[in-house]
Each structure stands twice: as C-alpha cells, then as structure tokens.
Design a binder for this molecule. Structure first.
Ligand SMILES: Cc1cc2nc3c(=O)[nH]c(=O)nc-3n(C[C@H](O)[C@H](O)[C@H](O)COP(=O)(O)O)c2cc1C
Length: 139
C-alpha cells in the first residue's frame, strides 16, 4: 500500500551547512534502496519533509529519522494513502534557498513567515503539488 507521510521538525542548534549536504546524500542513497521518494524543505529553521512509498518502508524510515540529533520537536502533520507518487524523479529532492522560493512559501502561509506546524493537511498537499512543478531545487 502506498502512503505519504509529512512531518515538520526544528533544526537543532548544532546544524551546519555541511549537515544538509550529508542528510541529502544519505537520503538519496538509502531511500532509493527502500523505494521511498519525497522532498525536503528548510525554511526559518524548520524542516518540512514528505516521504512517499510503501507504508512499512516509510514508517521504518521515519522512526530512524526521528533519532537524528540534527533536529528536534518532530510532528506528523499528514499521513494518508495515496493513489500514486508525486516525486517520481527524486529519492529525496531538496528545495533551494528560502530566498529563491519566497513567493511559493508566502502563497501557502498565513503570515509573513513560513510555519508548517500551523498548516492543514489540505494546504500541505497543495504546497507539495506546487513545489513539484514550480520550485527551485538543489541540483
Ligand atoms: C530532517 C532530516 C531528514 C532526513 N531524511 C532522511 C531520509 O529521507 N532518508 C534517510 O535515509 N535519512 C534521512 N535523514 C538522515 C537520517 O537521520 C540518518 O542520519 C541517515 O539515514 C543515516 O544513514 P547513513 O548511515 O547511510 O548515512 C534525515 C535527517 C534529517 C535531520
């Protein structure tokens, strides 16, 4: 069964730019192996990640990610069955800087600063649909 899981977390104080590169490298390597695809955003010190794939594979991965000291305050924002994947190009795509995607972040925000913790599942799904087509990505 295919599902998508969307969660947010806050960066820990120790996070450095090199960490992001390493997170992405691990994600691309590991996710491809277990058939998980998805996207990762970082804005205002908040990670927002959508994982899609087999229910057991996504669940196991999420629980491993939770143990990572590079983030804290995790919260599942959406967990649902999906008919098909969205992010078929990436085992894990990463959105480019906040600056280069500012208009998209603003479009789905209630206030000037992007805060996924306050977003509904419907808005989150619209946000991920939009970034799939219109965002700038880390190449
Ligand atoms: C916000 C965040 C998202 C992450 N996403 C993934 C992911 O999608 N897949 C993955 O394998 N590891 C992810 N990680 C890293 C894992 O926590 C862990 O460090 C990694 O899987 C270890 O794998 P490795 O030993 O092969 O490098 C993420 C970490 C953070 C902080």
């Amino acid at each position: 069964m295919l599902i998508q899981l969307t969660y947010a977390s806050r960066t820990s104080k120790t996070l450095v730019p090199e960490d992001l590169k390493n997170i992405l490298a691990s994600s691309q390597r590991n996710n491809a192996r277990v058939g998980v695809t998805g996207a990762l955003c970082l804005a205002n010190g908040i990670f927002l990640q959508q994982l899609e794939g087999d229910r057991t594979a996504v669940s196991l991965l999420y629980h491993r990610i939770l143990l990572d000291p590079r983030h804290r305050d995790p919260a599942i924002l959406d967990f649902a069955e999906i008919a098909s994947r969205k992010f078929t190009q990436w085992s894990m795509g990463s959105l480019a800087s906040l600056e280069s995607n500012r208009a998209i972040y603003l479009k789905y925000s209630r206030s000037a600063s992007f805060d996924p913790y306050t977003m509904s599942p419907t808005t989150l799904r619209a946000f991920f649909d939009e970034i799939m087509h219109n965002a700038a990505w880390v190449s």
